[in-house]
Design a protein around this ligand. Structure first.
Ligand SMILES: Nc1nc2c(ncn2[C@@H]2O[C@H](COP(=O)(O)OP(=O)(O)O)[C@@H](O)[C@H]2O)c(=O)[nH]1
Ligand SMILES: [Mg+2]
Length: 389
């Protein structure tokens, strides 16, 4: 076993000119739309603006488009839209969005055909505005439904959307794509199938961890560096005998990358829960520097749990977080024994991101030095990828 070198923050690197301006075109834009009262604002606010779920029933109606800037592994701009929103009301080109999230109320079964027809209209239009556009449907308000019922509705929604796309009267929008011949069925079939493949369906509820998983899919979908980060995590997890490793956005508790081995819902719930508990203790971590924007700090819910605190430190400098970091300072870290056999450990990587690993307690106790040694390289690797993009 190699001797454990003290973990360092890695060398400071190239300076970044200035913080991103508010409307920076480099932010990945995500448009959130859907039927009135489907839960659009709830999906955004409970995850990215730290609004507690107990406030969900009291949200006011969204009156105008709201743009929420959120800095995580990549800078995002999430657009919340009001009732009766139409694509024509955007003050930027539709093609400048990378993803459209369509929120629908799972409980409005009688409305599925209209809701889905509207979604398909948006998909088709957005595709011609940006052929790389990604689409996600959040089938929302699922918490009241039993598992079987959820699955039936999920299948019904997916089938309806696919049928609607395959039957879409593309000839009526020939003007959007003059170079394609929409009277040729082979052209329209290929296009429809392409569109079918660009849609991800997610069951969500503001009261369940699946909402964060759904957002995780959306964020990962726009991360060009995802495969490189995943590969680093995979190597690290395999070398150190871990069960799983996850790179989390700390404030939203959204997973931005994972090693993708043997992941299951239970593990995810456990880890997400752990992070929210950890965030309750954030006051104890005096040097856990999180960027708090004008939307307010994140608040987390959950119960207390025994914790074993270790060293802490992270420097944060708003002009470009990596410029001012002292490479000699150890970063904030924390480990918790969940059960006698399972340990969860957390290390902060950047002001926004933390690595959470799940491993056998015996492995942690026997090889902690080696894990921390390997972690130095993982952390530097991840940070280097982030600095380059
Ligand atoms: N049962 C349930 N209700 C929700 C959920 N999310 C939002 N709602 C309710 O749906 C209504 C509309 O939510 P809102 O987010 O304002 O919808 P929007 O009009 O699409 O932005 C509110 O009364 C919320 O309490 C959820 O996950 N489950
Ligand atoms: Mg709203």
């Amino acid at each position: 076993m190699p001797s454990a070198a003290p973990p360092t923050a890695g060398e400071p690197s190239k300076p970044r000119a200035s913080p991103l301006p508010k409307d920076d075109p480099l932010r990945e834009r995500i448009l959130v739309c859907g039927w009135r009262k489907a839960g659009k604002s709830s999906c955004i606010k409970t995850v990215f603006q730290g609004v507690p779920t107990k406030d969900v029933p009291y949200f006011g109606v969204t009156q105008k488009i709201e743009k929420i800037n959120y800095d995580t592994i990549i800078p995002l701009q999430i657009w919340d839209t009001p009732t009766n929103f139409e694509l024509d009301q955007l003050d930027v080109p539709l093609g400048s969005f990378s993803t459209i999230v369509y929120v629908m109320d799972m409980q409005q079964e009688d409305m599925y055909p209209e809701i889905i027809a509207r979604f398909v209209q948006i998909v088709v239009r957005a595709h011609f505005a940006n052929p790389n556009m990604k689409f996600a449907i959040f089938i929302h308000k699922a918490e009241a439904m039993a598992q079987d019922y959820r699955e039936d509705n999920y299948r019904q929604i997916q089938q309806t959307a696919e049928d609607e796309l395959l039957d879409f009267p593309f000839h009526t929008i020939q003007n959007l794509a003059p170079s394609l011949n929409f009277s040729d069925p082979s052209v329209t079939n290929a296009l429809a199938n392409d569109l079918v493949g660009s849609i991800r369906y997610r069951i969500t509820s503001a009261y369940e961890a699946n909402l964060r998983e759904a957002w995780s899919g959306v964020v990962q979908g726009v991360m060009e560096m995802l495969p490189s980060v995943e590969q680093l995590l995979l190597n690290f997890t395999a070398n150190c005998g871990m069960d799983n490793s996850f790179l989390f956005d700390i404030a939203s508790r959204v997973i931005v990358a994972a090693d993708n081995r043997g992941k299951n819902d239970e593990t995810l719930d456990q880890v997400t829960d752990y992070l929210s508990r950890f965030m309750q203790f954030r006051e104890l971590y005096k040097n856990l520097h999180l960027e708090v924007d004008e939307n307010g700090p994140n608040s987390a819910d959950g119960d207390e749990e025994d914790k074993e605190e270790e060293e802490e430190e992270e420097e944060y400098e708003p002009e470009g977080w990596w410029d001012e970091e002292d490479p000699e300072i150890p970063w904030m870290t924390q480990a918790t024994r969940l059960t006698p056999n399972t340990t969860l450990a957390l290390w902060q990587f950047t002001p926004h991101l933390a690595l959470v690993v799940l491993l056998r307690t015996a492995t942690w106790e026997a090889t902690r030095g080696m894990i921390e040694y390997n972690l130095t390289f993982l952390r530097q690797g991840v940070r280097r990828i982030l600095m380059e993009v």
